[in-house]
Design a protein around this ligand. Structure first.
Ligand SMILES: [Fe+2]
Length: 247
């Protein structure tokens, strides 16, 4: 065995996400969450998103109490700065909006009382749940949002270990009119076999309206390049319709 074959195959990006058009979930405002650490990293990730076929990107920093106590006005300013620096660096993907990924946590009730949500495409509030355990009162808060006219997208339902496709929980959320967004990388096993299986099962049931990359840094970007060479994933993008292109 030659020494080179010990290394993992290096892939070149394929534009498999052309049909999707817009990436509507990523963490590319530097240093406001666990995403990109500097503008250079953001730019590298943006260039990768373009190389795998996206035309537009909507950036969605974490809003999570108390870990990422972000402020909407501050994030908006930082977003404008990212746009300016990306344009200067010749980034070709269209940076098409700023949203947020809002954790439904103990601080979320306060947000509902004084809503300032940064909405995806000016229309949808992207929310996420705890990755460890179910929080009480989530459904009521989602219902409150819907009663106040918000369209709610749940980020990566396939990643919550306490929710599965066969149980009641996901179906209940679908019946409640919650849109589901899976992570593209889940389809390649980036988050493990369980999340991959759930993502495919959700697609089969017709429960998935959006797909996002959830890109945090260059490690994710590299994984996306690998994924762009995955034939099964390319087929998913041909077979299913997603609402990303409306954004
Ligand atoms: Fe995210």
């Amino acid at each position: 065995m030659g020494i080179l074959s010990l290394f993992k195959k290096q892939y070149t990006p394929k534009p498999i996400f052309e049909a999707l058009g817009t990436d509507m979930h990523c963490h590319l405002i530097p240093r406001v969450d666990d995403g990109s650490k500097c503008i250079e990293e953001s730019i590298e990730c943006l260039n990768t998103l373009k190389a795998v076929g996206f035309k537009k990107v909507i950036i969605t920093p974490h809003f999570q109490h108390p870990r990422f106590n972000n402020d909407e006005d501050d994030i908006r300013q930082r977003y404008e700065e990212v746009k300016r620096q990306a344009a200067e660096a010749g980034v070709e993907i269209e940076i098409a909006g700023i949203g947020g990924e809002y954790r439904i946590d103990s601080g979320f009730k306060n947000r509902l009382e004084n809503p300032r949500f940064l909405k995806v495409g000016g229309k949808y509030v992207l929310v996420e749940f705890s990755l460890h355990q179910q929080m009480m009162g989530v459904d009521e808060m989602i219902f409150d949002m819907q009663m106040n006219g918000y369209e709610v997208i749940l980020a990566h339902p396939e990643r919550y270990p306490y929710m599965n496709v066969q149980g009641d929980r996901m179906e209940q959320l679908k019946n409640q009119g919650v849109f589901f967004q899976i992570n593209a990388l889940s389809l390649g096993g980036f988050y493990g076999d369980e999340a991959r299986t759930k993502a495919y099962e959700m697609l089969e049931r017709g429960w998935v309206e959006f797909m996002g990359t959830d890109t945090h840094n260059t490690m994710y970007a590299k994984a996306l390049v690998d994924l762009s060479n995955n034939r099964k994933v390319a087929k998913v993008l041909e077979k299913y319709e997603f609402m990303n292109k409306e954004l």
